[in-house]
Design a protein around this ligand. Structure first.
Ligand code: ADP
Ligand code: MG
Length: 256
């Protein structure tokens, strides 16, 4: 059972894919308000851990506790409603919908509102639509996207598309946000802007973040703590400035 102040607690998590152990006996915790970086070479198991925590994959063994609830075998929609939301390594926007429609779609799916569409014109449905309008207005304003809300998502710059992805996750006010390589494909200016954006999110929302990221400058700038994975196991964890000097970490990164 969970103890202490953790928002997320992962115990002895293992995931096998036909003949391959992608994640091997990983335990970790995330405190409320904490930003934890999950780093490691390609194939280390980072995305698999995000998939397991978010309910997209079933673990081979181990348990996952979120906010005092055992979510080990829960569906992603249930996990999202409990306040745990993720973004993907590859952008998953609807390119031919507007920015606003993209944010609204995320809100509806995560809160299960699509089911309510069958109850069209019910009072609960109208209330839900009004709540959505307010939440989406707020989210767009908070992140300076009001000006582009009616533009097609596919016409935005790469950096702005990544921001819309994060706003799609934030609109339901999660308690834990899982970001899988949000700076992937960004240039230096865009990733510096993303780091600033993540710091703002932390200030404005009392949420925790697990940040999977290859851009070490972003990781060093926003994370309170780092966990380093290699071949599915945790090889180091601790304060960012200490962890990046760890010999095992240097070996994993430099292949020495
Ligand atoms: P990372 O995100 O750290 O680059 P992944 O979690 O994507 O690593 O992958 C870890 C290992 O698991 C890799 O060897 C990868 O090929 C394998 N893997 C990931 N997803 C699957 C899958 N759905 N089926 C089979 N193997 C997978
Ligand atoms: Mg990955």
């Amino acid at each position: 059972a969970p103890t202490g102040e953790s928002l997320l607690r992962v115990e002895h998590l293992t995931k096998d894919f036909a003949g391959l152990r992608a994640v091997s006996d990983v335990s970790l915790e995330v405190a409320p308000g904490e930003i934890v970086g999950l780093i490691g070479p390609n194939g280390a198991g980072k995305s698999t851990i995000i998939n397991l925590i978010s309910g997209a994959h079933r673990p081979t063994s181990g348990r996952i506790w979120f906010n005092g609830q055992d979510i080990t075998n829960s569906e992603t929609s249930r996990v999202a409603r409990a306040g745990l939301v993720r973004t993907f390594q590859h952008i998953r926007l609807f390119r031919s919908l507007t920015v606003r429609q993209n944010v609204e779609a995320a809100y509806q799916v995560r809160l299960g509102l699509s089911l309510l569409s069958v109850m069209t014109r019910s009072r609960r449905y109208r209330e839900a639509m009004e709540e959505m309008r307010v939440a989406v207005d707020e989210a767009l304003a908070l992140f300076g996207l009001e000006g582009v809300q009616h533009q097609l998502a596919g016409t935005l710059s790469y950096g702005d598309q990544r921001r819309v992805e994060i706003v799609r996750a934030l609109v339901t006010q999660p308690r834990l946000l899982l970001l899988d390589e949000p700076a992937a494909g960004m240039n230096e200016a865009e990733s510096a802007e993303l780091a600033q954006f993540l710091r703002e999110i932390r200030q404005r929302h009392s949420l925790s973040i697990i940040l999977v990221e290859h851009h070490l400058d972003v990781v060093m700038e926003v994370c309170d703590r780092l966990i380093v994975l290699d071949h599915g196991t945790v090889i180091a964890s601790g304060r960012p400035d200490e962890v990046v000097r760890h010999p095992e970490v240097l070996r994993a990164y430099l292949g020495g």
